[in-house]
Design a binder for this molecule. Structure first.
Ligand SMILES: *Cc1c(COP(=O)(O)O)cnc(C)c1O
Length: 488
């Protein structure tokens, strides 16, 4: 069994095994003609259940052959131009190469003595990100597993700052827009805030937080003795890609001394856009920012960071342990990232961004993001001109929320429930066919479809083809329903 341990004597076995895996993926990716096979959980589960985990195959090639049948063949492929569903990006090759390096070396970023240069590389990238954000000389932060964790940590810091200021825990409130991410609510509950701690601020027609409404809510807090411990502004809402008016929100936060957290999990790609950086204007006023490199920087999952204006607030995440990061290490100036993190053992995810910047450069990444934003603009023109669909808002980033509507002539024959059904059906049928994958969401209680565009290789022709497929499925759903109704 020792031959399976990676070390100086097994380097050749390591090279062969990893190469087999890489070759398998390369062949699969090259042959993938659709984003998904449409396999159902019911069809796939027996294949996975049938594998006897107590009878190993003994050999990587055999295990990869088996993996093909239980995973690779039926996986969802984000690199395919007709994968249009969630905030999953095609990944850049320098980052995938880095992934192979970081898992083999297996540094752990909790302490210097488990990571050495990896800690310094992560710190450089946090500084680089903070500089792009414009957070000033005292900024710091740490890589996390994702936007959910970054938001949780930011709100933890905000809560501790409020409590340090003498606030009553029962009176703490967090203000976020109606279109903010659900992890804000989840964080509030994990942080033990009152059940009604998250105050929802209404949005304008473009799905941006309304500053007048925020001002009203903040004043209501003051009047009723509540403490607005944080305002969460979103730079790139998950459904609509809308960017809250950061300068106005920041001014209100300053007036009320509320912590400003900007959730830029999605919009962070604008930091490297040469043409659209201005959309993040105002982010430099944030006390904390969430960035998800695994969304708009084309990085493999996971790669995210929480960045703060004032390094000192990270002390709220610091706990010393004799075996790991004794207090002494601080005076000896030993850089232990665990002092800033909610995690202990932690991957060297930063290496992926490092390799990406060293190979492609920031402008290279920004160019790719700009291409998908341009595509979103073209897709909006298509949708807006298409009478078969109605689209909610013109995109700022790269999502489009729309729905199929029955043809003009069918006047009144179909109610809102029928239209909901047709859109749900269209999405399901499309996914089952594997020809494309789109997402769904609700707007004012009605079912809508959603494109999230993150692939520069997707073309307007792909969009047009997928719209035809959706319209076909939706139309057939209603006629079929009609036929059945008449038959019964
Ligand atoms: C995706 C997203 C999150 C959550 O990030 P994960 O990396 O999925 O944990 C938070 N906020 C926004 C706005 C997002 O789009």
């Amino acid at each position: 069994m020792r031959s399976h341990l990676l070390n100086g004597t097994t380097a050749e076995h390591y090279r062969r095994s990893v190469t087999l895996g890489v070759e398998r993926v390369a062949a699969t990716v090259a042959a993938t003609d659709r984003p998904f096979t449409g396999v159902s959980p019911q069809a796939l589960a027996p294949r996975i259940d049938a594998i006897d985990l107590d009878r190993p195959l003994g050999d990587t090639a055999a295990a990869l052959d088996e993996l093909d049948g239980v995973y690779l063949r039926d996986a969802v492929y984000f690199h395919h131009p007709r994968y249009l569903a969630h905030l999953n990006c095609p990944v850049v090759i320098p980052a995938v190469a880095a992934e192979a390096v970081l898992s083999a070396v297996n540094s752990s970023l909790d302490t210097w003595d488990q990571s050495a240069g990896a800690t310094l590389i992560e710190r450089r990238l946090i500084d680089w990100t903070a500089a792009r954000l414009g957070l000033g000389p005292r900024a710091d932060g740490v890589f996390t597993s994702g936007g959910t964790q970054s938001n949780l940590q930011a709100l933890l810091l905000a809560r501790e700052e409020a409590l340090a200021g003498g606030a009553d825990p029962a009176r703490l409130r967090v203000l976020a827009s109606k279109c903010g991410h659900f992890s804000v609510q989840k964080s509030a509950s994990l942080l033990g805030l009152p059940a009604d701690a998250v105050i929802t601020v209404p949005c304008d027609a473009e799905r941006r937080m309304r500053p007048d409404a925020l001002a009203r809510e903040l004043e209501r807090c003051v009047r009723t003795g509540l403490v607005p411990m944080a305002v969460v502004a979103t730079a790139g809402t998950t459904d609509f890609g809308s960017v809250d008016p950061l300068p106005d929100v920041a001014a209100l936060c300053a007036r009320h001394r509320a912590w400003l957290h900007v959730d830029a999990a999605y919009g962070c790609g604008l930091l490297v856009s040469r043409t659209r950086r201005h959309l993040l204007r105002g982010i430099e006023h944030a006390d904390s920012v969430t960035v998800d490199f695994h969304k708009s920087f084309f990085q493999p999952v996971s790669s995210s960071a929480v960045v703060v204006r004032d390094a000192a607030v990270l002390r709220h995440a610091t706990h010393h342990s004799d075996y790991l990061n004794p207090r002494r290490a601080v005076t000896e100036r030993i850089p232990n990232q665990v002092d800033k993190s909610l995690q202990t053992t932690r991957r060297f995810d930063a290496l992926k961004l490092w390799m990406t910047l060293r190979v492609m450069g920031a402008d290279g990444v920004g160019e790719l993001f700009d291409e998908v934003l341009d595509l979103a603009g073209q897709a909006w023109l298509l949708l807006d001109a298409d009478p078969r669909f109605e689209v909610v808002t013109r995109p700022t980033l790269s999502t489009l929320v729309f729905r199929w509507v029955p043809p003009e002539g069918s006047g009144g024959a179909f109610g809102p429930a029928d239209v909901d059904r047709a859109n749900l059906h269209a999405r399901k049928e499309l996914s089952a066919s594997g020809e494309a994958v789109v997402a769904g969401t609700t707007v004012n209680g009605r079912h809508y479809l959603k494109f999230t565009l993150l692939n520069p290789l997707t073309t307007p022709a792909d969009i047009a083809a997928v719209l035809d497929l959706l319209a076909g499925h939706a139309g057939r759903c209603l006629t079929l329903g009609e036929t059945l109704a008449h038959a019964s």
